[in-house]
Write a protein that binds this ligand. Structure first.
Ligand code: C5P
Length: 251
């Protein structure tokens, strides 16, 4: 992969760097330092609101794979049209909230399938329960049967209604893998560096190694890399952890 080789390249490919910064110039600096190394760069609502679709196009033009994480949640027609716009930008992964319901999920997938006659279809990922939600908040929202059962229900809903995979917290990766099988993508945020930072606003957290061993396909890391004094070194440390976890998964 682009300038790197061997198992560390394979490990880095599993890492999605969340460009959670406020300006296009900060994002450009990060991409410059890390380019060609992670599997994807993630553009979320903070950067997208600040820098807009043009910055996404710029990343795609530079040959980076982009995860557009705007977590669409609206009526089926609007979500479907938003997915088409995202696909037009050339991104590889997009997110929708599974709690938007089966019709919304199916509309998103149908729109992408139609669009992909013209270009490669981005993978559709369903957000289950945000990794920042703990059991207390989940109950307050009105989901009375606990975090795990809700995540399982939403993951099944996603699978049956056209999603290629889901976003799931490290604490639910193993059960989702068991319930949804091997050919379902699991992308996992809520990653904290081994021996490192506190969880901040994330609640259902684990290390990259634990998430990978539990069966995650990709991990998403924001502050652990972006707020580090040396993002490249932080990425390398994480890749080493990922590589060890992948070895133990194969063993
Ligand atoms: O800084 P940190 O590593 O906690 O960033 C996590 C990233 O993953 C953020 O960009 C956030 O939007 C994203 N994310 C999440 N929980 C989800 C979906 C996405 O934390 N369920």
């Amino acid at each position: 992969m682009r300038g790197v080789s061997g198992s560390s390249a394979g490990a880095r490919r599993r890492i999605i760097v969340a460009l959670d910064v406020a300006t296009r110039s900060e994002a450009r600096r990060l991409v410059q330092r890390l380019r060609g190394r992670p599997g994807f760069f993630k553009v979320g609502s903070q950067l997208f609101t600040a820098a807009g679709p043009e910055f996404v196009r710029e990343l795609v033009r530079r040959g980076e794979r982009v995860f557009l994480d705007l977590k669409f949640h609206d009526i089926p027609h609007i979500v479907a049209e938003a997915c088409v716009q995202a696909a037009d930008l050339g991104v590889s992964l997009i997110t929708v909230h599974t709690s938007g319901g089966p019709r919304m999920l199916r509309a998103a997938r149908r729109a992408l399938d139609k669009h992909s006659r013209r270009s490669r279809r981005p993978k559709l990922l369903g957000v289950t329960l945000l990794t920042s939600l703990g059991a207390g908040e989940v109950k307050k929202i009105g989901f009375s049967d606990g975090v795990e059962r809700n995540v399982i229900r939403l993951a099944r809903l996603a699978r049956r209604n056209g999603c290629d995979g889901i976003i799931a917290a490290p604490t639910e990766v193993a059960v989702v893998r068991r319930v949804c099988g091997q050919d379902f993508l699991i992308v996992t945020p809520g990653i904290r560096l081994a021996g490192g930072r506190r969880a901040a606003d994330q609640v259902r957290v684990a290390t990259a190694g634990a998430a990978l061993r539990a069966g995650a396909d990709y991990i998403v890391v924001g502050r652990g890399i972006v707020a580090s004094r040396s993002p490249a070194r932080a990425l390398d440390a994480l890749a080493a952890e990922v590589s060890t976890a992948l070895d133990s998964r194969r063993a």
